[in-house]
Ligand binder design. Structure first.
Ligand code: NI
Length: 136
């Protein structure tokens, strides 16, 4: 059920907000505010170590000694948090791996940090996602 409420905003802030809506292609303020609130809840879940979902992506040169082995080993260490992993051979040297993960935020961050710290890793990103409904 949708409920309405009104918001009082400083004129300058509202102007900025409307500009933001234009840039982000929103057609109404309500949808933008809903998204902002959801983003805050997702962020809060990550900060309070709730059960979350994430995607870790990374690029590496598979010629780097033992790197593939280390990546596989890490993923087996975090086996219970790995939902799925996809490997793409980008070119002669580079590989891209996309790993969907779930579990406590702290563990997911730890896996991301460990992957990132591997010698030969070129780029490792963590997309922090969640349903945003697990706030106590
Ligand atoms: Ni490859």
């Amino acid at each position: 059920m949708l409920r309405r409420f009104s918001i009082s905003l400083d004129e300058n802030l509202l102007e900025k907000f409307d500009k933001y809506l234009q840039i982000k292609k929103y057609t109404n303020r309500s949808e933008a505010i809903r998204d902002l609130i959801r983003d805050v809840f997702v962020k809060e879940e990550w900060e309070t170590d709730k059960e979350v979902f994430g995607v870790i992506t990374f690029i590496f040169d598979h010629h780097q000694p033992k790197i593939q082995e280390k990546i596989t080993e890490l993923q087996h260490d975090f086996n219970e948090h790995i939902v799925s992993a996809t490997h793409v051979h980008i070119d002669h040297h580079n590989c891209l791996e996309v790993v969907i993960v779930s579990g406590r935020a702290k563990n997911i961050r730890e896996l991301h940090e460990k992957i990132k710290a591997l010698r030969g890793l070129k780029n490792a990103n963590l997309i922090m996602s969640s349903t945003g409904t697990d706030l106590a």
